[in-house]
Design a protein around this ligand. Structure first.
Ligand code: PAF
Length: 281
């Protein structure tokens, strides 16, 4: 696997492959890779012969006081995992390459970026949209793949790509869970074994709420039970457990014709965990 850190080299390499007619798939990441990322690479390989992954811990999507400094960084192990999964090229720019002196642009997506994570982490999605737009411009992939664990991020990126007429196809890849249902996340590394065990209450609470809603329980009551389950399990702060339109992220107080999604964010130990689940009849 080739590792490239500067933009002219990236453009030259990918330009040659594009001229040769190769489709390019991009898997953007912030590193600290796990089986969820491997699933993204595997899906990318099914869609294009040339798979590019990026690793860039994007400072613009962390608010002051968040975990930017302690976010796990282990490029060597990540590179090995990417190579074994069949990734051909790792794009690993420095912060100065991504945001050179004088950088003054920020991309704001309205609509789906506003509630939930947008409200809990002001500025977060501006940082995500800015870096994803840059990555799409840098790599110019035919297809870019993102994990469904960050469902709202995926909705924001789809909105960005549609609104700005970007050519890349955006593909969401289903959440990879451990054997007890916990969604894999780089931030699970912050948890002690006891907290990790307790964190499994999150997918259980969402599954239970989805089942109750499908059986006709009022949404508000099902969400209140889910919050109670999380508190009992030891989650210290519950930012939201909410039923939303799967595309627009508008709140729903009942199931309707359009796809619905349960989304949750809650803190346990030193980690703030996200999860989500389709609620489909
Ligand atoms: O999901 C992530 O890892 C990041 O938010 C992304 C999409 C790579 C942008 O930094």
């Amino acid at each position: 696997m080739q590792i490239i850190r500067d933009l002219p080299a990236l453009r030259a390499t990918l330009g040659e492959r594009r001229l040769a007619g190769d489709r390019i798939a991009l898997v953007p990441t912030m590193g600290a890779l796990h089986a969820g990322h491997v699933a993204l690479i595997e899906e990318a390989r099914r869609r294009a012969p040339l798979v590019v992954a990026s690793i860039f811990v994007n400072p613009r999507q962390f608010a002051p006081g968040e975990d930017l400094d302690r976010y796990p960084r282990r490029e060597r192990a990540d590179a090995q995992m990417l190579e074994e999964a069949g990734c051909a090229l790792l794009w690993a720019p420095s912060a100065d390459t991504m945001y050179p002196q004088g950088f003054a642009t920020s991309v704001t997506v309205g609509g789906p970026s506003e509630p939930l994570e947008g409200a809990a982490r002001p500025g977060h999605f501006d940082g995500v949209a800015t870096v994803v737009l840059k990555l799409l411009n840098q790599v110019q992939p035919d297809v870019a793949l993102f994990g469904e664990k960050d469902w709202q991020q995926l909705a924001v990126i789809r909105r960005l790509v549609a609104d700005l007429d970007l050519a890349a196809e955006i593909v969401g890849v289903p959440i990879v869970r451990d054997d007890q249902g916990l969604a894999l996340s780089s931030r699970n590394a912050y948890l002690t074994p006891e907290e990790l065990a307790a964190a499994r209450a999150l997918p259980r609470a969402l599954g239970e709420a989805a089942g109750a809603i499908l059986k006709g329980q009022p949404v508000e009551a099902a969400l209140a039970t889910a919050c109670a389950r999380l508190s009992e399990a030891g989650f210290s702060a519950i930012d939201y457990v909410s039923l939303r339109d799967a595309e627009t992220l508008a709140p729903l107080d009942a199931l309707g014709e359009r796809p619905a999604r349960l989304l949750a964010a809650a803190k346990i130990g030193a980690a703030r965990l996200l999860d989500n689940l389709a609620v489909a009849r």
